[in-house]
Design a protein around this ligand. Sequence first.
Ligand SMILES: [Zn+2]
Length: 379
Amino acid sequence: MGLDLIVRGGRVIDPSQDIDAVLDLGFRDGRVAAIGKDLPAGDGAAQAFDATGCIVTPGLIDLHTHVYDKGTSLGVDPMRLFHRGAVTTLVDTGSAGPGNFAGFRSQLIERIPVRVLAYLNISFAGIYGFSKRVMVGESGDMRLMAPIDTVEVARANRDIIVGIKVRVGRNASGFSGLAPLRIARQVADELAIPMMVHIDEPPPMLDEVLPLLRKGDILTHAFRPFPNCPTTSDGKVHDCVVEARARGVIFDIGHGMGSFSFAVARTMLANGFAPDCISSDVHALSIEGPAFDLLTTMSKFLCLGLPLVDVVRCATHAPAIALHRPDLGSFAQGCAGDASILRHETGTFDFVDSVGEHIAGRERLAAAAVVQAGNLHKC
Ligand SMILES: [Zn+2]
C-alpha cells in the first residue's frame, strides 16, 4: 500500500526508540507508517519532502503554553506556534478553569487543526487577570477554588484535559500559601490524574511545595531564579529537589517571562541534574522575549551544553510520558503522524534569560517544515 507522504533523507532523532540516523519516514492515514533507508515511493501518489541536511524529530510537544487566544489576556495564537515553531502538540497549562473551559474547547480547541491538550486550573476562571497593567493571581482568593467543578469538568473532558494546574507563590496565590496546592492535591487524587504546579516567589517555599508532589506530578518553572530556585548558594541542588526527582516528580522548564535563569541552569547541569522536559511557557508577555518559543528555549539548552539528543527527548518523548500519551513524541509505527523538520544553524546568536543575562550561542534550532496528522506544512 502506498504512503501519503515521505520525508526523505533527514537526520531522524527519535529518543523514544534510540534512533539517531539518516532515514526516510513514511506517513499513511495520518499516522507513522514506516521508517527506514530508501523507502519506496509506492503507487506514485505519495508526496515527498526532501529533508536532506535537516533534523527530523517526532512532532514537538510544548508542555507549557497559554493558547486560550482572545478568551484570556495572556493567550497567544496557537497557529503561530504551529506554523513558525513546528510545534504539533500545545499543552495549555491552566489558562482556563472549570468556569470557562467550555468556551476554550468549543471556540478554540475544536476549531483548529493543531492538537491542544490542557491542564485545568483549580481556580474557577483560570488565569483571568494577567497583563502588563493588571496582575491578579487566580489562587489569591480562596473563594475561587473550585474542587467540585474542577472534578466535573475534568471528567467530562478527559480526551483533552490531562491534569490539574495550580499556581502558588507570592504573585499567583498571595496570602493563600499552600492551601490552593492542598486542594489541587485532593482533586488530582480524586481524578487519578497528575498535577502541574507553578511556583514563583515565596511564600510558599520550594521545600514546602515539593513534598506535596508525587510520582508523575510536574513542577514547572523548575530552573527559576532566586528566590525559590532549586540551587543552593554553594552551587548544589537543594535536598528537597533531589528527593522529589528520586520519587518520580517531573521537572519542567516553563521559561516564561520571569522563570528561567542561565545561572541556575548551569549549576543544575553541573550537578548532573538536567530537566525532564523543556517547555516555553509562551504567553502574551513572553512571546516577544525572553521566552519567544519552544525552539528558542531548546536552543538555549544546546548552548548550555545539553546534548542535542537530550534536548530533543525533553520536547518529545519525555513530555509524551508526562502526558500519558505514548502515541505522541515517537516515530514508532502507528503513532500520531506528526514530525518537526528543523534546521540546525551555526553562527553567533544572542540569547537572554529571565533576569537579563545574555549569552552568545554558537547554534540554534529553526523550523523548516512541520507534519501534522500526515499533512506537510512549510514553516
Ligand atoms: Zn504558564
